[in-house]
Design a protein around this ligand. Structure first.
Ligand code: SF4
Length: 253
């Protein structure tokens, strides 16, 4: 096993153990059970004693690496990232694609199988639907917008990203948005929108209304993968997209 594999496995084990301990803590268990080491400490101390230090310590280098001035520098800073357990199952880090000066940015949840294999966001069936929305619906070339996800590595079995994974990867998205500085962001689906807005309000209540992400107009809408399962809701997404088209055309100014 390579050093990278070791580090990746350690990160995954640490996260798993931390979550386990946090679950115990939430359940009111402050000490390890009888039969475990006699010098068992309160859970909070055990978490801080994990190899590699606290989670905050392990991600401290993330802050330092986010001084990137271009998307290329940011991608280089992410490197062969092992900051969360999603590193163990990925084929490629799916960073983002498109015009680095795009007025319009789409932010999804995370890569699926096709995206993981190709290293590009939204290239599978859901991606084709998004491409149709952009090209046929909005009349814009796909390469003229910027497309990325909240987490850059594929969650296993396409499960939802977990809070620790979103937290680990979010600084990269924040910097990515900072560097592209779009006029409008379209948030695709619950996880992207709730992450961007730091909200737990359901996507069904957020979609269709303008929000603000650090001064950038944000339109939440359903994820294309959801639309593949619920085609009747395409008309709702079209309503949202029409608002974006209107805003881009300056009709609201
Ligand atoms: S999902 Fe993000 S934080 Fe986790 S390993 Fe991939 S790039 Fe790193």
């Amino acid at each position: 096993m390579s050093e990278a594999d070791d580090a990746c496995e350690l990160a995954a084990l640490t996260t798993t153990l931390k979550r386990h301990l946090e679950r115990r803590q939430r359940a009111g268990i402050r000490f390890l059970a009888k039969g475990e080491p006699a010098e068992a400490k309160p859970v909070s101390v055990i978490v801080e004693d994990l190899p590699g230090g606290t989670v905050e310590d392990r991600f401290a280098d993330t802050k330092a690496s986010l001084q990137a001035n271009t998307l290329e520098e940011l991608r280089a800073a992410i490197g062969d990232c092992q900051r969360c357990k999603l590193c163990s199952g990925r084929t490629n880090i799916v960073f983002g694609v498109g015009n680095p000066r795009a007025k319009l940015m789409f932010v999804g949840e995370g890569p699926g199988r096709d995206e993981d294999l190709q290293g590009e966001p939204f290239v599978g069936r859901a991606g084709q639907l998004l491409t149709d929305i952009i090209t046929k619906g909005m009349g814009i070339k796909r390469e003229d917008v910027y497309i990325c996800n909240v987490v850059k590595c594929r969650p296993p079995e396409n499960r939802n990203p977990e809070p620790d994974e979103v937290a680990a990867c979010e600084p990269f998205l924040t910097r990515q948005i900072d560097l592209v500085r779009p006029e409008i962001i379209v948030g695709l689906g619950k996880f992207a929108v709730q992450t961007l807005l730091q909200s737990s309000v359901p996507i069904s209540k957020l979609r269709g209304n303008w929000h603000s992400y650090h001064g950038i107009k944000l339109m939440p809408t359903f994820h294309p993968a959801y639309l593949l399962r619920n085609p009747a809701d395409k008309k709702l997404v079209w309503q949202d997209i029409k608002k974006v088209i209107k805003e881009l055309s300056g009709e609201n100014t």
